[in-house]
Design a protein around this ligand. Structure first.
Ligand SMILES: Nc1ncnc2c1ncn2[C@@H]1O[C@H](COP(=O)(O)OP(=O)(O)O)[C@@H](O)[C@H]1O
Ligand SMILES: [Mg+2]
Length: 213
């Protein structure tokens, strides 16, 4: 499903990723662990088409996304990727319902039923009209999970999804991610610096000094 071939990424003189080769199978739940600054977010951003490598190839479903035009890469990101972030990244001035609907609007899909269904599935039925500030951190991450899934992307990318939650809430969020990803057969790449979060994955790899270990 996802193949990285000798992918390198530099920021100026900083060699963040030095020839990453990695394969993620369809439906697999992979975690990548590494300390802060090891290049985890950079790696996810490359897979998600939010950034481009300096060299190497990234194949997704057999297509080389590094050869895409900017427009094609934007379409890829909108359609194929669901992103879950450490700090939720919800829009503060719109409701739960509107936040979850965003990926559908971007893909020109009008399926309000799907929005309601995913909100209910993450346990937030009845909270559709609330604003993010009226929710706990765990509830905000549930909104973000619904938003990551509502457009039925093939790939879920999770960047330290429990990093700003207490450990009990974090565990509940990981249970939900694993359950929903399994039900909907998503391919998941999770990055984290926490071993007990990484343990939720089917397979774990490490990243150190810009290389997979
Ligand atoms: N946009 C950027 N510009 C310059 N340096 C960056 C940028 N993004 C990340 N870096 C650097 O790349 C390294 C890896 O960052 P990152 O991928 O965010 O690591 P992690 O997510 O594992 O903490 C760090 O040294 C960071 O300072
Ligand atoms: Mg990071």
């Amino acid at each position: 499903m996802i193949i990285l071939e000798d992918v390198a990424k530099n920021y100026g003189d900083t060699h963040v990723l030095k020839g990453i080769t990695l394969e993620v199978r369809k439906g697999e739940f992979l975690s990548v662990t590494g300390s802060s600054g090891s290049g985890k977010s950079t790696l996810l951003n490359l897979i998600g088409g939010m950034d481009r490598p300096d060299s190497g190839k990234i194949l997704v479903g057999g297509e080389d996304i590094t050869a895409y035009t900017d427009d094609a890469l934007t379409l890829y990101r909108r359609k194929k990727i669901g992103f879950i972030f450490q700090f939720f990244n919800l829009f503060p001035n719109i409701s739960v319902f509107e936040n979850v609907r965003i990926p559908l609007l971007l893909n020109e899909i009008s399926d309000e039923e799907a929005v309601r269904r995913y909100i209910a599935r993450v346990g937030l039925e009845g909270k559709e009209r609330r604003y993010p500030y009226q929710l706990s951190g765990g509830e905000q991450q549930r909104v973000a999970i619904a938003r990551a899934l509502v457009h039925d992307p093939e790939i879920i990318l999770a960047d330290e999804p429990t990093g700003s939650l207490d450990s009990r809430t974090g565990t509940a969020i990981m249970d939900l991610v694993r359950e929903l990803a399994g039900e909907t057969r998503k391919t998941v790449v999770l990055v984290t610096h926490e071993a007990h979060i990484s343990a939720y994955a089917q397979r774990e790899v490490g990243i150190r000094d810009g290389s997979i270990v």
